[in-house]
Design a protein around this ligand. Structure first.
Ligand code: FES
Ligand SMILES: [Fe+2]
Length: 466
């Protein structure tokens, strides 16, 4: 890849072509948890925090009526930092000269101006639409006056709070290399390889520690065993709709059995993967700026309600609040141990948190991967296809068109699923087998409506956006 092309697909600041594309979508900007005083005591007194998204500095706050405000961070008077604003019931007030702004950006007061001044009426701070979905605040940073798209009715947004849990973490690298991990089914056999399996009983909420659905001659196999013993998957990919790619990774176990893992890549930066037989992870890779990314993970349960507190505590152990910065990183070699690498894991960066494995992979490439120096192989074909889609979408937006997954409400309502699976299937008939297993999982989700339950059928085509 040429250097200029790499610049084009990675830079997302205001005014850049890829930034314009990213601004056509709702972007996660914070967890609702970040405003929970039990996790951040400062929020009891002042529910306001500075956030950075797509290279823009913003303040996000909750007013007394429960509404959310997302405003540019520099005060429109003389540019002081509104992250230090006084929080008042119906807005926030800049401490420099007391100008006050409502959640929608209206200027409510300019107290240093003479009585009768109309300056206030002529000033407006840029504000951005905010909505809450699946425990996360989403922001729309599109052009002023433009209509935001609708959020697709993916499983993670359809599930009730009892069956969903959201978490996030910061990576010190560009968004695209973070996302490209999700389109790379081969890496799990190496980067996440455990040299020993653990008892399945302790697997709750932990990626790859659970069993693949099904059995091998009556024996339940942990995913770790499948990934370790069969490390050269056949990777197939198909576009279910513009912007939704299904990846099927096949690992032949013996003459009669095949391991099937079905994951999905959703444009521009989401993947959907199985965590266990009844849990999925939807992960978005949100550009903070060109060299920082928050991954937002949405865990969705298809059977019993989630044990959200256990899942939260498992993950809080690996980050520092309030910014969800991983405890491990470049500063401490991501916790690397040569001894562990020799005796326990392929990578040597711990067994409890597989996230640090991916973190090392994407951060160690450098802040923005130099794609002029890479050599892609067969196992990277989905990454290549996605880059073509990305370049095309940038061009579409440049020409005033609508990119994939910028959906109308009708399209969004029909964009359900997508299915994931990790199962052991008959070598002959694996396709029907996994689709039946996925349909059964959907059938078991009491919260799914009938239309969404039928998504497992390949004929139930997802809508094509304009
Ligand atoms: S700079 Fe904010 S009120 Fe003057
Ligand atoms: Fe991974």
């Amino acid at each position: 890849m040429q250097a200029a092309q790499n610049e084009l697909i990675t830079r997302i600041g205001p005014g850049t072509p890829c930034g314009d594309l990213m601004r056509r979508y709702w972007q996660p900007v914070a967890l609702l948890d970040e405003f929970d005083p039990r996790l951040d005591p400062r929020m009891a007194e002042r529910p306001l925090k500075a956030v950075r998204l797509l290279g823009q500095d913003l303040v996000l706050f909750k007013d007394a009526a429960g509404g959310w405000g997302l405003l540019d961070r520099d005060c429109p008077h003389r540019g002081a930092d509104l992250a230090f604003a006084r929080h008042e019931a119906d807005g926030i007030r800049c401490p420099f000269h007391g100008w006050k702004f409502a959640a929608d950006g209206r200027c409510l007061d300019t107290p240093a101006e003479p009585a009768g001044s109309t300056l206030c009426k002529r000033v407006r701070q840029r504000s951005y639409p905010v909505q809450v979905a699946a425990g996360v605040l989403f922001a729309y940073l599109g052009a002023e006056g433009s209509t935001p798209p609708a959020l697709p009715l993916l499983d993670c947004f359809a599930a009730p709070a009892s069956h969903s849990f959201a978490f996030k973490g910061l990576w010190h690298c560009n968004w695209l290399q973070a996302f490209e991990v999700g389109m790379d089914p081969a890496h799990a056999s190496f980067l996440h390889r455990f040299l020993f399996d653990e008892p399945l009983a302790g697997a709750y909420g932990r990626q790859f520690r659970g069993a693949s659905a099904g059995d091998v001659q009556g024996e339940r196999w942990p995913m770790t065993r499948v990934l370790r013993e069969f490390c050269s998957p056949e990777i197939r990919h198909e576009e279910l709709a513009p912007g939704i790619t299904r990846l099927t990774s096949l690992r032949a176990i013996n003459d009669t059995l095949t391991h099937v893992r079905v994951t999905n890549a959703i444009f521009p930066h989401t993947f959907v993967i199985p965590l266990s037989e009844t849990l999925t992870i939807t992960q978005m890779h949100v550009p903070v700026d060109d060299t920082h990314t928050y991954w937002f993970s949405f865990f969705t349960g298809f059977a019993e309600p989630l044990d959200r507190e256990t899942m939260r505590q498992q993950r809080l152990a690996h980050v520092t609040l309030p910014d969800y910065v991983p405890r491990k990183g470049r500063h401490n070699d991501w916790g690397y141990s040569a001894e562990e690498q020799r005796t326990r894991t392929y990578l040597g960066m711990g067994e409890d948190d597989i996230n640090v494995h991916d973190q090392w992979a994407v951060e160690s490439m450098g802040a923005i991967q130099d794609r002029t120096r890479e050599h892609l192989g067969q196992s990277d074909k989905v990454i290549m296809a996605n880059r073509r889609t990305l370049l095309q979408a940038i061009e579409t937006v440049r020409n005033g068109g609508t990119p994939p997954m910028a959906l109308t409400p009708e399209q969004a309502a029909a964009t359900t699923g997508p299915d994931t699976i990790d199962c052991i299937a008959p070598a002959q008939g694996w396709l029907a087998h996994w689709q039946q297993a996925a349909a059964a999982k959907r059938e078991g989700a009491a919260w799914l409506n009938e239309a969404a339950k039928s998504v497992a059928s390949p004929q139930a085509a997802l809508p094509h956006s304009a």
